[in-house]
Design a protein around this ligand. Sequence first.
Ligand code: NDP
Ligand code: HSE
Length: 438
Amino acid sequence: MAGDVIGVGMIGLGTVGSGVAELLRDQGDLYAQRTGKRIELRRVLVRDVEKAKASGLVDPAIVTDDQEQIISAKDIDVVIEVAGGVEPIDSLMQFALEHGKHVVTANKSLLAAKGPELFAVARDHGVSIAFEASCGGGIPCVTAMTTGLMANRIDALFGILNGTCNYILTEMTGSGKTYAQALAEAQEAGFAEADPALDVSGQDAAQKLAILASLAFGVRITGDDVHAIGVDGLDLEDITLGDEMGYDIKLLAIAERWPGSKWVNIGVQPCFIKKDELLAQVAGPYNALSVHGHAAGHTLYYGQGAGQLPTASAVVSDLLGIVSGSASAAFSNMRLTPDLTQPAHILDRRDTESAYYLRMQTLDVPGVMAEVTSILGDKGISLSQVLQHESKAGEVVSLVVTTHLTRLGDVEDAAEEIAGLEPIQGEPVIIRVIEMPA
Ligand code: NDP
Ligand code: HSE
């Protein structure tokens, strides 16, 4: 990048944007020493100009609601996008790239929906897009995938990729808070998306997984390819019963190369994992990504997955990579981004195999267990544990079974049949039980 002073325009001055402004204000000398260039924040685009001016974080004179002052201004070399959402940001990013601006973004919604198109525009105009902050907040997991593990064929990713959900699960299990209390705290702390439904529905983790799995497997995966089940439908009783059986519950984002085939299994859902697994120790807003490479074996990346300074750390590190030229060289020379790869072959989730937990609500009457096990047996589903608490005859009671490795479609079919039995109340709950690879 030519010149000794680099002009930066930023879109957004919320949680992440404020962190970026703080780092650029306080660490200018360090960044100049590391890159040999001075970085100047020259414009900040927001919708509510008065609010941003009153923040005291940036010179009020650089705050604007005129997008042209950033996306086409001659004195802006790099645009940092920390606004969020797909529209109108998609169009703003396209204009900025077409005007020769490099882009740093934290926006996983945008990349999971429009990544291939935007990467192609950047390539056509000789500029780059850096997006470390879009996945895992302050953890450099995109860098791990695109640089550190490049010698590997990646076989599987297991991630805790949403800080809000992990915070909610931690607080519900550890501190006995309600779901609503824990979600409100995550919003207050700035972890949650502007629309927290994206977090709790599993969509946010699905978008991040689409980005990471595209890089890991060298294929094109969009957010819509990732089946997502969130924490919003979880019942506290399952968390308690799982705990009794030796499991913690985590919202896991999982992408696996199906053994011996070109197919990829990808999805986000609450899963039970054994309490002594490393991922079970990840608490609060922390994230972790467990990567299984054919040569490196298992590596694990851990850190704050959301919040002001952790996310700003990833954004500014990307900016420094662009300023120094390293990020731009990697972007243009490596064939990694999904504008250059083919669509993935996504396995039908019903054909995937795992162990499962099934909870049924049943009237405690003679013969019900025999009927349930007979349905499971007919589908070839073998059981590993059974749990039922003492109850009085005729009461409604929770009956839990866990299975050995079995096809999801068979478990779902069995659950449907079980729901039709006379003593069973409602639909059985199905939760995946994870056996982590060695
Ligand atoms: P906030 O809601 O806190 O801030 C958003 C900022 O963007 C506000 O200053 C808002 O301005 C501005 N903005 C929104 N839309 C527009 C627009 N169309 N034009 C101009 N300005 C706009 O969001 P966050 O800082 O939490 O998140 C920003 C991005 O970072 C999102 O993509 C998010 O997914 C991602 N991210 C967030 C993390 C976190 O921990 N919060 C972690 C990792 C990634 P105004 O107030 O005037 O409306
Ligand atoms: N809302 C996101 C989370 C922010 O809770 O993880 C980080 O991407």
